[in-house]
Write a protein that binds this ligand. Structure first.
Ligand SMILES: [Zn+2]
Length: 290
């Protein structure tokens, strides 16, 4: 159930059915560190069961990549010392006071505090009976935190960016594995899902020089170094093609002229994400001038 990526790093694959993210285990000689708490106690239990068969050092730490529900609702079930960015903590403490029944979810979606995509997946993962507990983390950091696991270290590095300003990546230099969480994902909480090219570039610049063999994004398949580089270069090229345009037809036309064919579904979605980002930036500019 867990894939062994390198001698000391294991990953449980993501599952889109209820938006379960990938969970990671970095196993040192004296302690192991878990990456992300999972989207429910059931998800956390499935992971803990998976690692019990590995014969590695017992998990001692849980590193949260950011505060979004699918990464933290399983955290209390893990029962570990929880490490998080200091920007993550206020969100966790706020969510600890929330109700999660249908009415409460619908109210927060209507008020723009929650998005329908997350509310739907919370309902699917938990069913009608929702005992959801959220806890604050135990150890907080600002830019980086290094954890010693016995022969291995882990670095938690603040990435930030438009998906979530608290986004943190977890890097194991000895194994050459970087857990990205949702750190490279779109902005999803204010209207159409979007990319801002400058924001994306800044995120890539923070991590691209870390020597790595494998990159683990929470909701995608694991990428090797070649796949990762090709992926972000392609996305930046699409952002450059979109330029400052706020017109989807114009951007799709630019793509056809440049490539001599229609974009595939994924490429079209990425192009439109940049268009939406341009629209949000222009709207913000207008608002700031009023
Ligand atoms: Zn997220």
């Amino acid at each position: 159930m867990l894939r062994q990526l390198t001698p000391h790093v294991f990953v449980m694959k993501h599952n889109h059915d209820t938006d379960r993210p990938a969970l990671g285990l970095i196993a040192g000689k004296t302690a192991s560190l878990v990456v992300d708490g999972g989207n429910s106690p059931a998800h956390a239990r499935a992971f803990l069961q998976g690692i019990s068969a590995l014969g590695v050092a017992a998990p001692r730490y849980l590193a949260l990549t950011h505060w979004h529900w699918d990464h933290v609702f399983g955290a209390p079930e893990m029962g570990l010392t929880t490490l998080a960015n200091q920007r993550t903590q206020p969100h966790l403490l706020q969510m600890a006071g929330y109700a999660w029944d249908d009415d409460a979810l619908a109210r927060r979606v209507a008020q723009g505090e929650e998005i329908a995509f997350c509310a739907e997946n919370i309902k699917k993962e938990f069913g009608a009976q929702r005992a959801i507990a959220v806890q604050g983390a135990d150890i907080l950091f600002d830019q980086t935190l290094t954890v010693e696991l016995g022969g291995l270290t882990c670095q938690l590095i603040h990435l930030g960016g438009e998906h979530s300003e608290d986004s943190t990546v977890v890097y194991c230099p000895q194994e050459g594995v970087l857990f990205l969480g949702d750190g490279l994902c779109q902005e999803m909480f204010h209207g159409e899902w979007s990319y801002d090219l400058a924001d994306y570039r800044a995120r890539i610049d923070k991590i691209k020089d870390l020597p790595c063999r494998f990159y683990v994004n929470s909701h995608w398949d694991v990428q090797d170094a070649g796949e990762f580089t090709a992926y972000y270069r392609r996305l930046i090229a699409l952002g450059e093609l979109a330029g400052e345009s706020t017109d989807p037809a114009d951007v799709l036309d630019r793509y056809r002229r440049a490539h001599g064919c229609d974009p595939d579904e994924e490429t079209e979605g990425d192009l439109l994400s940049f268009v939406h980002g341009n629209r949000k930036r222009q709207a913000a500019k207008k608002a700031s001038h009023q």
